[in-house]
Design a protein around this ligand. Structure first.
Ligand code: GRF
Length: 205
């Protein structure tokens, strides 16, 4: 089986990346984590990936004059590693149309809320303040507008009466790790198609 060469882009701890790396250690997982790339050389996730034998790279956004120069440098690294698919694991940079144009439809993000609710930051705090009873996480394609791309998959968790931000965060992190592994696995195994905003896994023939 040829496995899809996948890069995980991180900025920090990379717990979703860790879950993908662990899943991809099984020989029948259809994606190979061929690179973990960070915009922060000190990101703790890089050391973890290295310790699991995964190739790593850091492209420090701070040394570039502009976003596109930074992205062009990332692109060189991605191409050097033969990357075919990107998954974000807490990658905290806004992207330009240039980079999105290169990867649109092949670049996945996990957002910690059930989109289109709670786009942006501090999603758990806002969900608690709104009193929602169901919260969750979303796997979606990365597009130009933040948290705007077509939804690929979602997982819901209950919001319990006694929850605070920390307990809700932990419940969502568990759901995120399962969602990212399941979604990447199914997408790569069965293919996908996008019609308007509707994504179907297994419909690309
Ligand atoms: C994840 O919880 C995800 O929802 C968001 O960024 C967070 C990154 O966490 N996009 P980690 O670095 O994977 O631990």
């Amino acid at each position: 089986m040829r496995r899809l060469r996948t890069a995980v882009l991180i900025s920090g701890r990379g717990s979703n990346m860790e879950a993908l790396v662990a899943a991809a250690q099984a020989p029948d997982f259809p994606a190979e984590i061929a690179l973990v790339l960070s915009n922060r050389p000190e990101a703790p996730g890089l050391a973890h990936a290295k310790s699991r034998g995964v190739a790593t790279a850091a492209v420090d956004h701070k040394i570039f004059a502009g976003r596109e120069q930074f992205e062009r440098s990332m692109q060189v690294v991605l191409e050097a590693h033969g990357i075919e698919f990107i998954c974000f694991g807490g990658f905290m940079r806004l992207l330009t149309p240039w980079f999105i144009g290169k990867w649109a439809g092949r670049m996945l993000n996990i957002h910690p809320a059930l989109l289109p609710a709670f786009r942006g930051l501090h999603t758990h705090e806002r969900a608690l303040a709104e009193g929602v009873k169901i919260h969750g996480c979303t796997a979606h394609f990365v597009m130009l507008e933040m948290d705007e791309g077509p939804i690929v998959a979602q997982a819901a968790v209950p919001v319990l009466d006694g929850d605070d931000e920390a307990t809700l965060h932990e419940r969502i992190k568990v759901a995120e790790r399962e969602l990212v592994v399941d979604t990447v696995g199914r997408m790569v195994r069965y293919g996908w198609s996008v019609q308007g905003r509707r994504v179907r896994i297994g419909a690309s023939g």
